[in-house]
Write a protein that binds this ligand. Structure first.
Ligand code: KIV
Ligand code: ZN
Length: 574
């Protein structure tokens, strides 16, 4: 690269439009959309669509809600010509949809184009020619008056041909190709020439492209506002824009152009098109949607649309593509996951959408919340507990979330891969010994008027029979005391919570019959605090299991085994 790029590249000059109004404007309604997937998009494919693919694309565009569809370049090849014929003769064009076809400004190509449209109830014929200085001088060797003569001749030729077919409602679209690189006065003169040749007062679309993006989008907005003002009092003139994406600002160009007064937008689904692509209509439409404006296009099943576009274009839509990529509703980062989890928990159905890191509700586009949080080495307790809650119905207390996230982090360091909800459940089950052979064989709980509860019974603990006996201010406290004396280590209850687990939760085998989950934090010995988890159809037993889980995790099970004979002796005295 050059250290002085100004020796090779020039900035595009600013437009002298001091009283510009577009910076204060807002987009409050959908424009007329034109899909050029079957023309500009198709021309840019490694393998252009065959007839079958073209038909599938056309049907999908209709289903999405496009009312104007550029279906091809019929003079360019037999397949393009046949496709237009098939649409017309097969009566595949709905009454509220108008097809558009493109032709270069050459008489024989215009004739062939009009031939392709015979019998269409309505049609837009799109004539274009380049107007910018480099094209005039270097590519075509034409002066400005010669360019104007070309426009006049070709539009006049088209008018004669279309006048001879009055059964079709004809609209002319004229594009001063390379508009954004041209002098505004030259573009305006070309447009006025086309209007005059077509017949003043007749419907015409002036389509203003950034054939190659060459400046920041505000410059394009100025160019559009300048042009829109020239046609403000001519209702028969529709000002259309056709941005490309060379600078990666196609979307911004279209949006600022709409703010500057453009009525119509041309583009392709997911931004297919020459080089870096045409404007991505999905992007602009959904940007509008999340501002509360209906785009009048239906992307309720974005994945099906994406799959169909990928099939027709034989090009993938990348994982980070706005609104449609596989990863665009996924957070891996722990702090993002925490925020999302809290916002989902606080959200009421009727609330305005305000979920951090999710500009749109994925469900509006047919996506589930499943992919919203995915857990890898960048994730934290929020994401882990969200997945376990969503898939397995576990509502872990905060300190347990922190404790378990450290367990997951260690497993992640070894595995180095993403963990699914099922992976997390398996780690959880193993860590909290939900499948271990701890069981309450039989026990008795007694209480008297003093609120004191006594418990006695037999446990199966790590495969060993253990007799216990203890008392406390409730069954759980009594059980903790009983366990404490069985292992000969002081155990204190720090925290206890439990909840029902919905039967519909898609949890793992072990939890499949559980109706209660209990979480108990214990201090075992002098300075070890840790959680235990129990699941059981009986909530008291779930709590007892949670105590056994915590004690077993503390490593005190070994003490249990040696303490068993002593506990058995105690049982005899109970
Ligand atoms: O990008 C462009 O300039 C075009 C014109 C033909 C409108 O596709
Ligand atoms: Zn284009």
């Amino acid at each position: 690269m050059l250290t002085q790029p100004s020796s090779k590249y020039r900035a595009f000059p600013a437009i002298a439009l001091r009283d510009r109004t577009w910076p204060d404007a807002q987009i409050t309604q959908a424009p007329i959309w034109l899909s050029t997937d079957l023309r500009d998009g198709n021309q840019a494919l490694i393998e252009p669509m065959d007839l079958a693919r073209k038909l599938r694309m056309f049907d999908m565009l209709v289903k999405i809600g496009f009312k104007e569809i550029e279906v091809g370049f019929p003079a360019s090849s037999q397949i393009e010509f046949d496709f237009v014929r098939q649409l017309i003769e097969g009566k595949r064009i709905p009454a509220d949809v108008t097809i558009q076809v493109m032709t270069p400004a050459r008489p024989e190509l215009i004739t062939r184009t009009v031939e392709a449209l015979q019998g269409a109830p309505r049609a837009i014929v799109h004539i274009y020619n380049a107007v910018a200085p480099v094209w005039r001088k270097v590519v075509f060797g034409m002066s400005v008056p010669e360019v104007m003569a070309l426009v006049k001749d070709q539009v006049t030729h088209l008018k004669a041909l279309t006048d001879a077919q009055p059964g079709t409602k004809w609209v002319l679209q004229y594009s001063p190709e390379t508009f954004s690189l041209a002098e505004l006065e030259v573009s305006l003169e070309a447009c006025e020439t086309a209007i005059a040749a077509w017949g003043p007062g007749r419907d015409i679309i002036l389509n203003l492209p950034t054939t190659v993006e060459n400046a920041t989008p505000n410059v394009f907005a100025d160019q559009i506002e300048w042009m829109v003002r020239k046609f403000a009092d001519r209702p028969e003139v529709v000002v259309s824009v056709h941005p490309h994406n060379d600078r990666g600002t196609g979307t911004a160009s279209a949006e600022l152009a709409l703010m500057a007064g453009a009525h119509r937008v041309e583009g392709c689904l997911f931004g297919n098109g020459e080089r870096t692509g045409n404007l991505d209509i999905v992007n602009v439409a959904l940007n509008m949607y999340v501002q509360g404006v209906s785009p009048q296009l239906d992307f309720s099943d974005i994945d099906a649309i994406r799959a169909e576009v990928e099939y027709c274009n034989q090009l993938p839509v990348p994982a980070r593509h706005p609104y449609a990529g596989d990863l665009v509703y996924t957070s891996f980062s722990g702090s993002h996951q925490d925020a999302i989890k809290k916002a989902f928990a606080a959200r009421q159905d009727a609330d305005i959408w305000a979920i951090p890191y999710l500009p749109i509700d994925p469900k509006d586009l047919g996506r589930s919340y499943e992919a919203v949080i995915r857990v890898n080495s960048q994730s934290g307790k929020g994401g882990i507990s969200y997945l376990l809650e969503e898939a397995y119905g576990l509502a872990m207390p905060r300190r347990l979330q922190i404790e378990f996230s450290q367990v997951v982090q260690r497993a992640m360091d070894t595995a180095g891969t993403e963990f699914t909800a099922k992976d997390l459940w398996q780690i959880f089950e193993r860590e909290y010994q939900l499948s271990a052979n701890h069981a309450l064989a039989q026990y008795r709980v007694e209480s008297d008027d003093s609120d004191e509860v006594r418990i006695s019974g037999k446990l199966q603990w790590a495969g060993q029979p253990v007799s216990i006996a203890g008392q406390g201010n409730g069954p759980i406290d009594a059980f903790v005391q009983a366990v404490s004396s069985a292992i000969g280590i002081p155990v204190r209850l720090l925290d206890y919570s439990e909840h029902a687990v919905a039967a519909s939760d898609a949890r793992g085998d072990k939890g499949a019959n559980a109706t209660a989950a209990a979480y108990i934090e214990l201090r075992v010995g002098e300075n070890q605090s840790l959680y235990g988890v129990g699941m059981d159809s009986n909530s008291t037993q779930a709590a007892f299991r949670a105590v056994m889980s915590a004690v077993a995790r503390s490593g005190a099970v070994a003490s249990v085994q040696t303490a068993a004979p002593q506990a058995a002796a105690q049982e005899a005295t109970v």
